[in-house]
Design a protein around this ligand. Structure first.
Ligand SMILES: Cc1cc2nc3c(=O)[nH]c(=O)nc-3n(C[C@H](O)[C@H](O)[C@H](O)COP(=O)(O)O)c2cc1C
Length: 363
């Protein structure tokens, strides 16, 4: 049973004890944007995953769109993360830091003094509001268009943050180029209306992500860099566009050339989004020569069978990991899973964060 899913895997220079990945999950417990002991406990409790990918973490003071999400651009933040990586490693796990610059999906009230809401172009978000502590849901003001200096600075921020991450003990980083955040805002023609070398053609729309990836790889090495993408994703007002297949296939070719360790594919159909065509997943699998991580609505059985069929090498589980710290053990035992409580996904404090029982605690 689950022979594929529970088998070892070599991801770049990181050996994973199984192919169960904990998907990146924003949990909004980082008061002051600094990782804390609650987070250390939460991640350490999930160290039986083959690989943990952390919640979206901002590489920049401009990139913290949501309340209480962690950053990784200051010494204090990196020191907080160091305690997390040490605890996960002590328990035999591996952990990548997801670098998420929110770009336009942000409210200025969630940024530190001097922080700016930035985007490739000033395109209004019309259907999305943002939560601000003490104020509730607020409309999102239109982001400022990034100057060439802003772009150059942001590229450096990613590379610096990646270096800080390795110094803090992470096994690698994942560039969050999915779900409508900054990197995808450059890729997508709806949010990128630029007429300079960063907008227009496929090549131009991919220039920012190329520069970010190359700078990050130069800082920490290609084996330690992965990337998450969401072609046909609708989250944060994105959606389909004319050249979507060509754009993402060209991106996969580019990432082959740069040599990053993995591509991680998002599919949010299980969360109510329109289906992602199997054709683009197949095309990306064929184009990208290194590791593919699949995700979205997976059960252990489906994951095992998709790995067996060669559709991907690893499978990431999101909501199941929220509610089941010992998810791998439960898979192995074919045990029932705890049900995640949506009301505590983003609330501060331990409730619904480190309070889900393990199998042993249930028995
Ligand atoms: C509470 C919550 C927070 C999430 N935060 C992130 C995030 O920070 N970065 C990211 O790439 N995806 C994020 N996602 C998406 C998940 O990684 C995953 O793609 C999604 O939950 C679908 O997988 P599942 O069906 O196994 O839950 C989040 C999902 C949930 C439910």
């Amino acid at each position: 049973m689950l022979n594929h899913l529970l088998s070892e895997y070599q991801l770049g220079n990181t050996t994973l004890k199984n192919r169960v990945v904990m998907a990146p999950l924003t949990r909004s417990r980082a008061e002051g944007n600094v990782p804390n002991s609650l987070m250390t406990t939460y991640y350490a409790n999930r160290a039986t995953a083959g690989l943990i990918i952390t919640e979206g973490t901002s590489p920049s003071f401009n990139g913290l769109g949501y309340p209480r999400i962690p950053g990784n651009f200051s010494t204090e933040q990196a020191e907080g993360w160091k305690k997390v990586t040490e605890a996960v490693h002590e328990d035999g796990g591996k952990i990548f830091l997801q670098l998420m610059h929110c770009g336009r999906v942000s409210h200025p009230d969630n940024l530190p003094a001097g922080g700016r809401v930035l985007a490739p172009s000033p395109v209004e978000m019309t259907e999305t509001q943002m939560y601000v502590d003490g104020k509730g849901m607020l409309d999102i003001p239109v982001a400022q268009e990034m100057s060439i200096d802003d772009i150059t600075f942001a590229v450096k921020e990613y590379a610096t943050s990646a270096k800080l991450a390795i110094d803090a003990g992470f096994d690698g980083i994942e560039l969050h180029a999915a779900n409508g955040y900054l990197l995808e805002q450059f890729i997508h023609p709806k949010t990128n209306l630029r007429t300079d070398q960063f907008g227009g053609s496929v090549e131009n729309r991919l220039r920012f992500i190329r520069n970010v990836t190359e700078a990050t790889v130069a800082a920490i090495g290609a084996d330690r860099v992965g990337m998450r993408i969401s072609p046909y994703g609708y989250f944060n007002e994105m959606g389909e566009f004319d050249s979507v297949d060509e754009t993402f296939t060209t991106l996969a070719e580019m990432m082959n050339e740069i040599g990053i360790a993995y591509l991680h594919l998002v599919d949010h159909e299980a969360m109510g989004a329109p289906a992602v065509p199997q054709s683009i997943k197949t095309q990306l699998r064929e184009t990208f020569k290194r590791t593919i991580i699949l995700s979205g609505g997976y059960t252990a059985q489906d994951a095992d069978s998709d790995i067996g069929a060669g559709k991907g090498d690893l499978v990431a589980f999101g909501r199941p990991f929220i509610a089941n710290p010992d998810l791998v053990e439960r898979f192995r035992e074919q045990a029932e899973l705890n049900i995640p409580d949506q009301d505590t996904f983003y609330t501060p404090g331990p409730e619904g964060y480190i309070t889900y029982p393990t199998l042993a605690e249930t028995v």
